[in-house]
Write a protein that binds this ligand. Structure first.
Ligand SMILES: Nc1ncnc2c1ncn2[C@@H]1O[C@H](COP(=O)(O)OP(=O)(O)OP(=O)(O)O)[C@@H](O)[C@H]1O
Length: 547
């Protein structure tokens, strides 16, 4: 049914020629489902969930009065990767260029309206504000800045997502910034890095006096480190083709900025310190590999596999007491119905899948404003596939209409309502409650994951979802057969839950009391003191940007 969105007629219909495709006329319609282009019985549909934006253009050497609008989308091709699609239409029905440009611009606005209002019922970031993008130039193999220049900035520009970049200069820089940041200035915080930088951001939010609200601030993640467990897990959950282009599918989450609930975990240490995490807690084999392979950081995510082989020859066991509150109603841990083949570790490839045309030059300054949609700045930018057209900027996009915002607030309320109440923990020096279970043993490994993956290649908890309310606790005791350990070191791909000696249980809270003199206790891959800790899930308390 036709409706009016601001000054736009909706759905939008028109008849246009396609740029450089002869005089054939195409009927174009934009509605809630996306863009439909028909001509001579042929039909092309671009789903609204694949659209990212629309740019208005004019010819470089303007000859007539025509204006152009180019629809940009990243549809799935062959179901295995997302590929850039640009459809350019000529607007020539009016007498002057100005009038034709006004029509082109109406289409541009309508496309953004469709992208932000249709295809999902999730709440979304405030698109009228900019995003603060943290980049760790030293994460992984040190290519995060190149990834930004060659892929991320291009895509954000196409989608008119304005953002400010902060290049971190040292460990704890992100924590220090976030601790005192005026969050009202931003739509969200996005991390282009490994999981370690997001851990810093969350713990900066936790250190604020308003931490209870601050930890709900919208967060986005784009993989740029050697451990990209959250980005990989989100793609797995959303059934996105991560391997073909991890940066593309993750940046698209930021572009859409729809907000999905994310479980966070609060950990309390024996020294009274509180830590907030989103990925994992553990000690033993996996933690040792993560920490001790640091020296191989230069080789990217393959460092984990290489070090795992080295550690196989020298297996350590740790005495500990593990207590946990078993989650009632959680699914029984099981392998995937059909487990994926173990694939080679993958590091980021520059320029993968995206053109490098609009990449901005970064100065060495640690903080800079890159208002990608600022008037004037992009007038020189041209789309790579249409070199004879130049972009015309014609006004900022309208904010989401009030009605949609009301619906969004209602949706946010519903999401919070669905959250489970928190488990009340006793003091760390007090006994655990009666409904907890306790195991005292020697362990090869104890590892709790909140997500399916803890790196791109390690699928540890096949049934995990970002907001299921569980920690998936995996234990290998002393009695675990060597063949199981050997198979685990060859790869954790979901099938391990069938191996003898692998125990997994979904829990809502746990306590770890180390019984040996030293070891690495890790939270989200970061080492914390080797002392007793206890943790519980803050169900749906974080909000993560997704498609
Ligand atoms: N400019 C910088 N130089 C050195 N270290 C930094 C810088 N900026 C941030 N860091 C630190 O680097 C740590 C690791 O970063 P990140 O997780 O992003 O990369 P990574 O390669 O995935 O590492 P890991 O998987 O080991 O955590 C962060 O926890 C942060 O303390």
């Amino acid at each position: 049914m036709a409706e009016c969105v601001g000054t736009l007629a909706w759905p939008l219909r028109g008849q246009f020629r396609q740029y450089k495709r002869g005089s054939k006329l195409y009927n174009v319609q934009l509605d809630e489902s996306g863009m439909t282009v028909t001509s001579d019985g042929e039909k092309q549909v671009v789903k609204v969930t694949d659209l990212v934006g629309c740019q208005c253009q004019q010819e470089q050497q303007q000859q007539g009065n025509s204006a152009y609008f180019t629809l940009l989308a990243y549809p799935l091709t062959g179901g295995r990767k997302r590929t850039r699609l640009a459809l350019c239409f000529e607007v020539a029905s009016k007498n002057t260029f100005k009038e034709n440009l006004a029509v082109a611009n109406a289409w541009r606005r309508a496309v953004y309206h469709a992208v932000r209002n249709h295809g999902t019922t999730k709440p979304q970031v405030d698109h009228s504000k900019k995003i603060l993008l943290f980049i760790n130039p030293n994460s992984g193999s040190g290519r995060a800045l190149q990834t930004y220049r060659k892929q991320v900035s291009t895509l954000l520009a196409e989608a008119e997502v304005s953002h400010e970049v902060l290049v971190t200069e040292r460990a704890s820089h992100a924590t220090d910034v976030v601790r005192t940041l005026d969050l009202t200035q931003y739509a969200g915080l996005v991390i282009l890095s490994g999981d370690g930088l997001l851990y810093e951001v969350y713990n900066g939010l936790l250190a604020r006096p308003d931490w209870n609200e601050a930890i709900q601030f919208p967060i986005g993640i784009i993989p740029g480190g050697s451990g990209n467990g959250l980005a990989r897990s989100l793609a797995h959950w959303l059934r996105e083709p991560y391997r073909a282009n991890p940066v593309l599918v993750s940046t698209l989450n930021v572009v859409y900025g729809h907000l999905s609930p994310l479980d966070l975990v609060m950990t309390e240490t024996a020294k009274g310190k509180r830590i907030l995490s989103f990925l994992s807690i553990g000690f033993g084999l996996l933690s040792d590999i993560d920490i001790e392979s640091e020296r191989l950081r230069i080789i990217g995510e393959s460092r984990f596999a290489v070090w795992a082989v080295a550690r196989c020859a020298n297996l350590r066991r740790y005495r500990a007491t593990i207590s946990f509150k078993r989650a009632v109603g959680a699914p029984v841990p099981a392998p995937l119905a059909s487990s994926p083949m173990l694939q080679r570790s993958q590091t980021l490839q520059e320029g993968e899948g995206l053109p490098s045309t609009n990449a901005r030059h970064l100065s060495h300054s640690h903080s800079m404003q890159l208002q990608e949609s600022k008037k004037g700045e992009e007038e020189e930018a041209c789309l790579d596939i249409l070199p004879s057209l130049v972009k015309v900027e014609d006004g900022a996009l309208e904010p989401v209409p009030e009605k949609a915002q009301e619906a969004q607030e209602c949706e946010e309320q519903q999401q919070q309502d669905g959250a489970k109440s928190e488990v009340l923990l006793p003091g760390l020096d007090e006994p655990v409650p009666d409904d907890w279970e306790t195991i005292e043993d020697e362990f090869v490994m104890v590892y709790c994951s909140q997500q399916t993956h803890i790196t791109s290649d390690v699928l540890i908890a096949p049934q995990a979802t970002p907001d299921d309310g569980y920690l998936w606790l995996m234990m290998l005791r002393r009695s675990c057969p060597k063949t199981t350990i050997a198979k685990l070191l060859l790869g954790l791909d979901g099938r391990h839950l069938r191996y003898p000696g692998v125990e997994m249980v979904a829990v809502e809270a746990l306590r770890i009391v180390p019984g040996t003199s030293k070891g690495y206790l890790t939270v989200d891959g970061e080492v914390i003191p080797w002392t007793p800790i206890q943790s519980h899930v803050l169900h749906k308390r974080g909000r993560i940007m997704t498609r």
